[in-house]
Write a protein that binds this ligand. Structure first.
Ligand SMILES: *[C@@H]1O[C@H](CO)[C@@H](O)[C@H](O)[C@H]1NC(C)=O
Ligand SMILES: *[C@@H]1O[C@H](CO)[C@@H](O)[C@H](O)[C@H]1NC(C)=O
Ligand SMILES: *[C@@H]1O[C@H](CO)[C@@H](O)[C@H](O)[C@H]1NC(C)=O
Ligand SMILES: *[C@@H]1O[C@H](CO)[C@@H](O)[C@H](O)[C@H]1NC(C)=O
Ligand SMILES: *[C@@H]1O[C@H](CO)[C@@H](O)[C@H](O)[C@H]1NC(C)=O
Ligand SMILES: *[C@@H]1O[C@H](CO)[C@@H](O)[C@H](O)[C@H]1NC(C)=O
Ligand SMILES: *[C@@H]1O[C@H](CO)[C@@H](O)[C@H](O)[C@H]1NC(C)=O
Length: 326
């Protein structure tokens, strides 16, 4: 009798535990056990925040920088904003922004989303953007020309905006407007596998270890004057980079003083990240396998995945989203 009771006392909690485990595994991203993580997990007592003195009117070598549009979605969140998503967007991608607003990029109590853009001389387009900004209040615009070779301004402007206008966010996801982020899985991943109190020294991304510099026939053509070496240092593919709160002001500070280099992911997540001494953590060492990440997109869509693909067309974005949320 006594033995039976004891066995039940053990079996019952085990059963509950295994149910919890099953539920957890069915909804959470598949987590790889992190051996020797390059970042540290914070708890409720780690409340100190890096305060950076940043010249508001300077953006790298632009001495008269201003935010032409400057929404304030984080203003009322002094303590518990989990995630801010900054999305590099092209001026003319109004439709991408609309799809994102209606699918994965909805603002919630824990997540805020803004789009980063530059300026245009096209008056019609500028007026259209002004309208869009008035309607949705989620466009951060800087006074530099929106062009391919100005991407670094856009990325650093995003860091600057976070430091000055959204400093309470525990995590910062930098992404593009042709990506489908699984925001629910991301939130779960951040709060359960990382920490709701944040982490320190985290730059998580798809890491490029050895990349030769393109000197001819490429959209990415770079001259010797711009970058003198044959290979880039390890850097993150820019379509999804997750920063922890402490990393953003440190990157911004360094970016403000280092010479401008236009390939933003190499510059910020390669050169500058190395300079401030933050090791990059590959997504593949945190979640799922690399195949899922590098495939353009895949079926059946997995609720586990943090991203549903990159370089997507609008049709693909809608199709994947609809199939996944049905
Ligand atoms: C977090 O706080 C604990 C307790 O105060 C401390 O021991 C630990 O070093 C802190 N971690 C970081 C990364 O600051
Ligand atoms: C900020 O930078 C601008 C341009 O370099 C400079 O004119 C201004 O004095 C600086 N402001 C502060 C507070 O340092
Ligand atoms: C900022 O400075 C640049 C170059 O010095 C100049 O062309 C531009 O008109 C200035 N912009 C503003 C808003 O003052
Ligand atoms: C200006 O933008 C509008 C709307 O995006 C576009 O239809 C038009 O072709 C553009 N004009 C120029 C001169 O680029
Ligand atoms: C901007 O909105 C105004 C008023 O709603 C409208 O008249 C105008 O046509 C819009 N402009 C563009 C370029 O969409
Ligand atoms: C901006 O232009 C696009 C197409 O060029 C149009 O679909 C959209 O309604 C316009 N938005 C605003 C706010 O005027
Ligand atoms: C941005 O890009 C344009 C065109 O590529 C260039 O003319 C301009 O000088 C760049 N810089 C700024 C600060 O706008």
């Amino acid at each position: 009798m006594r033995i039976t009771v004891r066995i039940h006392a053990i079996l019952f909690p085990m059963c509950i535990l295994s149910l919890i485990y099953k539920y957890h595994m069915s909804t959470a991203p598949h987590i790889i056990e992190i051996t020797a993580p390059k970042f540290s997990i914070l708890g409720p007592y780690n409340t100190s925040r890096i305060v950076v003195v940043d010249n508001y009117t300077q953006l790298i070598d632009i001495q008269n920088f201003t935010f032409k549009m400057n929404p304030q979605p984080c203003k009322d969140y002094t303590a518990d904003l989990l995630l801010v998503i900054i999305i590099s967007s092209s001026l003319s991608n109004q439709e991408n922004r609309m799809v994102i607003r209606n699918t994965w990029g909805q603002n919630t109590d824990s997540t805020k989303v803004v789009f980063l853009i530059g300026e245009t001389e096209n008056v019609t387009l500028a007026q259209n953007i002004t309208n869009e900004s008035f309607l949705y209040k989620d466009i951060v615009q800087g006074n530099f020309v929106d062009s391919y070779r100005n991407m670094t301004y856009k990325h650093v402007m995003g860091l600057k905006w976070v430091v000055h206008h959204c400093p309470t966010a525990k995590y910062i996801l930098k992404t593009d407007d042709d990506i489908l982020v699984n925001t629910r899985a991301m939130t779960r991943f951040l709060t359960r596998e990382l920490s709701p109190w944040g982490v320190k020294d985290l730059i998580a991304c798809q890491l490029c270890l050895i990349t030769k510099v393109h000197r001819t026939k490429s959209k990415w053509i770079v001259t010797f004057e711009e970058y003198p070496f044959s290979f880039y240092p390890p850097f993150c593919e820019g379509w999804a980079v997750l920063y922890s709160q402490d990393v953003v002001p440190r990157l911004l500070k360094a970016a403000q003083t280092l010479p401008f280099f236009w390939v933003d992911d190499v510059h910020i997540t390669g050169i500058i990240a190395a300079q401030i001494g933050v090791q990059r953590t590959p997504w593949s060492s945190l979640v799922m396998d690399e195949v899922e990440l590098t495939k353009k997109w895949f079926r059946p869509y997995s609720a586990k995945s943090l991203f549903f693909g990159h370089d997507l067309t609008l049709e693909e974005m809608m199709e994947i989203w609809n199939a996944n949320s049905a």
